[in-house]
Design a protein around this ligand. Structure first.
Ligand SMILES: [Zn+2]
Length: 496
């Protein structure tokens, strides 16, 4: 009985100890739905509750949705989608529950047929349509229906991610989104710029989207580019200092979910960024890290943004730059014992740690990825140049006495003493439980790389190559992989 009480007591203590960590993961919500119609409806319910006006776009007509968000924002309307041939069931139900009285269809009857109009009218909804001869003309006609603005956004009509990425900001500012292509400035676009008195333009995308000659034809242009859609979206968040609490994130290739995301992000005045289906791209990790974003809303189901992305977003290590320094290398073998060269053990563990951290959503950087040698100062400099958040040097131990064994973590008090201690305290127990080695604890020592690195830094002594027990452990690929997972989870614990 007493032992049962003890177990209960210890369980309660354990729960109390683990609860704060669990609560300190990043928060991730998902606006789900079984298809694009349902996702858009669910976003509308979340963002608007009820919406007397809604904007309706054809399911496949992504060009029609490009300019939709700033217009919809002015009407306080969510953007919904439909099949061309008939009103999609989920959208119909959505319009009913949103108590929508007016619908503006964007695009011609090819995108949204007249049958849909008839169906909407039968629901007691009044219908208006804005169409155009082509995507450029449609964008111009949408702009004409907006309040006047002396600034406009100009994007490539085939690079939908660019338009969608700028949409929350453009909407907030009341800027219409006009379109052109990579060949030159479209006449529809130059005409509307003139007729609307637009004297300033924000160009979205690099020169492959909107070339120099088109750029110079625009009134007082400025450009926000990027190497890819992820970077363009991230650069917009940085440039306009968008609010990043509850940042919206969608698959950069799922156009309807992206347009839905832009629409609700605009409504709530939030930042909007993109991901890949299975893993966060580097540009997205970087903006998460630099803006210290800790709360996210995913748009779409797990087929467009997988649970792996959810895990990465939840992990407090997401976007953190972790410098991994496998000790020694080349002519400097480090400790030697039982057929092991320390430099090789360190590199093996370092590479595995690099993979684990990458999978977790971090931005790891290694001082070396092969059997090369760097001076201690070079390692410190590399860590500083990488603007790393933390520095981890990986080593293995040795002693003349082969009975010496176990795992220990060092930190130094010169810079970031308390954070370095916290990092060491998070990693040390994870290493011990991964390897099953003796716990030699957390210690201080002025090892060069941790003494002169100005970010929180630790030096790990994974085990003794001079010990028959530890050397066997360090020879095992399975153990080294567990070790890397353990260090990675210790790093997450530190950022929690
Ligand atoms: Zn060493």
């Amino acid at each position: 009985m007493r032992s049962i009480m003890k177990i209960v007591f210890l369980s309660v203590v354990a729960m109390c100890l683990f609860l704060p960590s669990a609560l300190a993961d990043n928060s991730v919500a998902r606006i789900d739905g079984k298809n694009r119609y349902a996702v858009a409806v669910n976003a509308a319910k979340k963002g608007w509750g009820t919406a007397s006006t809604a904007v309706l776009v054809g399911k496949e007509a992504y060009a029609d949705a490009l300019s939709a968000v700033p217009y919809a924002y002015q009407k306080n309307a969510p953007v919904l989608f439909t099949n061309s041939s008939s009103l999609s069931t989920d959208t119909k139900k959505g319009l009913q529950s949103l108590k929508t009285k007016n619908v503006t269809i964007l695009g011609g009857t090819k995108s949204v047929s007249s049958k849909v109009t008839t169906q909407l009218k039968a629901m007691g909804i009044s219908v208006k349509r804005i169409s155009g001869k082509n995507r450029y003309d449609l964008a111009a006609n949408i702009a004409k229906q907006m309040k006047s603005s002396s600034t406009a956004v100009v994007a490539n009509g085939f690079a939908y991610a660019d338009s969608v990425a700028i949409a929350p900001y453009a909407a907030k500012q009341g800027y219409p989104i006009l379109l052109t292509n990579d060949k030159g400035l479209r006449s529809e676009t130059s005409a509307v710029i003139k007729s609307r008195g637009i004297n300033k333009t924000i160009v979205i995308g690099g020169e492959s989207s909107i070339n120099k000659s088109t750029y110079t034809k625009l009134p007082s242009p400025s450009r926000i580019g990027g190497a890819n859609r992820y970077e363009v979206a991230a650069n917009i968040v940085t440039k306009y200092n968008m609010s990043t609490s509850n940042t919206y994130i969608s698959n950069g290739f799922a156009y309807a979910d992206a347009a839905t995301g832009a629409s609700i992000a605009a409504k709530q005045g939030k930042a909007f960024i993109f991901t890949n289906e299975k893993s966060l791209p580097n540009a997205t990790r970087k903006i998460i890290g630099s803006k210290k974003i800790t709360s996210f809303n995913i748009l779409g189901g797990t087929s467009t943004v997988t649970n792996n992305v959810t895990s990465q977003l939840k992990n407090p290590v997401v976007g953190k730059k972790v410098f991994i320094d496998p000790g020694h290398g080349k002519q400097d073998s480090g400790a030697v014992g039982y057929g092991l060269l320390e430099k090789n053990v360190n590199l093996d563990v370092g590479k595995r740690l690099n993979t684990k951290l990458n999978n977790a959503g971090a931005l790891p950087v290694m001082s070396r990825t092969s059997d090369t040698f760097d001076s201690l100062q070079t390692r410190v400099t590399k860590g500083a140049n990488a603007k790393a958040d933390i520095f981890i040097s990986i080593h293995a131990n040795a002693n003349d006495n082969s009975s010496a064994n176990g795992t220990e973590t060092y930190y130094d008090k010169t810079y970031q003493a308390s954070n370095s201690l916290k990092l060491a305290q998070n990693i040390q127990p994870k290493m011990v439980s991964a390897l099953g080695t003796r716990d030699r604890g957390v210690k201080t020592a002025g090892f060069y790389v941790i003494k002169y690195s100005k970010m929180p830094s630790v030096l790990l002594e994974t085990g003794f190559v001079s010990s028959p027990v530890d050397s066997n452990i360090l020879k095992s690929a399975t153990k080294k992989d567990k070790l890397a997972s353990g260090i990675s989870s210790g790093v997450s614990g530190y950022f929690r």
